[in-house]
Design a protein around this ligand. Sequence first.
Ligand SMILES: [Zn+2]
Length: 120
Amino acid sequence: MFCPTCSSEYLEGINRCAECDVELVAELPGSDHDGPPLRVARVCGAADADMIEELLENNGIDVVLQGERTALTIPAAGTLTDVRVWVQESDMTKAEELIEAFFERSDESIPADPEGEGEV
Ligand SMILES: [Zn+2]
């Protein structure tokens, strides 16, 4: 079930969006985009989500984030901020590549061989 206003996904059996107080729908209505948004990533932490959003938007990809606002207004201790990243189907492949590169880069904080430029 989805909230037509904020696009949050809810488990079956829940009929209203707790945030927007509107009735959930089985599927998000097709807007003027070229298809329903697809989830490309799920990250823990609003900081990562913000960076991914910026990264994708800088590459011309329309991004929809879910979860960050809830996390900001309800800072429950011990609750991981579960942010889902959605993009349009046409941007999916590019977005996945960018997100993959983003996480690879953050894993390798130490340059492997800064002076070894000879090997190409
Ligand atoms: Zn909602």
